[in-house]
Design a binder for this molecule. Structure first.
Ligand code: SF4
Length: 337
């Protein structure tokens, strides 16, 4: 891991070859019997003010990736630079200072809110811990934040169970905003909500992004959720990004068979967008037993013999559009050269 002070490429968030492997231990002596490769070599950059959607099925490593970037779990290897700062080299006070600038919104708003605290004291706690305000100014700031996310400030003395799921997610967002973050990692923030409420929360996040100039890594398991909020979209399978492109380009011109399958599952009223549903056989293989060659070959409808033994590398198939698939070998510029 790097200990230098600059990443040199000007990206606001720069994730390089990040890995998080968990040891599988067995037997009386807890010997290491294998590795779960939850995140297995992920690289991407985010510009300031950009929204990158990160999509993949459950178990593909998205949440582990989010937590490793924020160092809520320690990565196995790789580098993360935030605004030029080497995140993985920070300790103690420096890391706490950086955490103020990088916040997470969780999928389950109820699980992430303390049921014994009023929503006002929860938001105030974040403000006090990070010394954002003191005395009466804390209460004023809490009221402002709650109103900003659509919760009437007179409800600040209520408890989480007195709110609906959508309102609790709004409170979770207010708590994340309390410390004045610049990057927000939203980990499936609408997956637990009814479809009608999902749109309201997505609109709120989009407004916050525009008004406050926030940068977002927006995680979802469904391409339709991130379509309207993302500038670019990355598709993840078994711990790796298999395709990354500008959002408009990806939704019009997906290249990877896995992306195409996810895309075919999006319901659409647009006749130009209607396509035959591609149903993938079987489940995602275990990250403890990643298939050799292309990790997707066990489910890929277009797999060729070489896919079973040779792993494709990410290659550029258009401006800013990268894909890891042998089908696009002839049209690519190999990024690993
Ligand atoms: Fe399918 Fe082969 Fe492409 Fe992998 S490399 S996605 S198995 S065609």
């Amino acid at each position: 891991m790097a200990d230098t002070a600059s990443n040199g490429n000007g990206a606001f968030l720069d994730v390089r070859d990040l890995r998080k492997h968990f040891a599988i231990r067995r037997g009386f002596f807890s010997r290491v019997a294998g590795q779960v490769r939850a995140v297995d070599g992920v690289s991407f950059q985010l510009r300031q003010g950009e929204v990158l959607g990160l999509v993949g099925e459950s178990g593909c490593g998205k949440t582990t990736l989010a937590r490793a970037i924020l160092r809520l779990i320690e990565p196995t290897s790789g580098d993360v630079f935030f605004d030029g700062i080497p995140v993985l080299a920070l300790k103690g006070q420096e890391l706490r200072r950086l955490r103020k600038r990088m916040q997470i919104i969780f999928q389950d708003p109820y699980g992430s809110l303390n049921p014994r605290l009023t929503v006002g004291s929860m938001v105030a706690e974040a403000i006090r811990i990070h010394k954002i305000a003191r005395g009466q100014a804390v209460k004023r700031r809490v009221a402002e934040l709650l109103e900003r996310v659509g919760i009437p400030s007179e409800h600040m003395n209520r408890y989480p169970h007195e709110f609906s799921g959508g309102q609790r997610q709004r409170i979770g967002i207010a708590r994340s905003l309390a410390v004045g973050p610049e990057l927000i990692i939203a980990d499936e923030p609408v997956s637990a909500l009814d479809v009608s409420i999902q749109a309201q929360i997505l609109n709120l996040l989009d407004d916050l992004r525009k008004d406050l100039g926030l940068t977002f890594l927006f995680i979802a398991h469904d391409l339709s959720v991130v379509e309207h909020i993302s500038d670019r979209v990355a598709v993840m399978y078994l711990g790796r990004i298999v395709e990354l492109a500008d959002a408009v380009d990806l939704y019009k011109n997906a290249k990877h068979p896995y992306t195409k399958a996810l895309m075919s599952a999006i319901p659409s009223m647009d006749p130009m967008r209607k396509s035959r549903r591609i149903v993938l056989e079987g489940d995602v293989p275990s990250p403890a037993n990643v298939p050799a060659g292309c990790p997707f070959h066990t489910r890929c409808p277009e797999a060729m013999p070489r896919c079973r033994t040779q792993k494709p590398k990410p290659a550029e198939v258009g401006a800013g559009h990268t894909v890891s698939c042998w089908l696009h070998e002839g049209e690519t510029h190999d990024l690993s050269d």
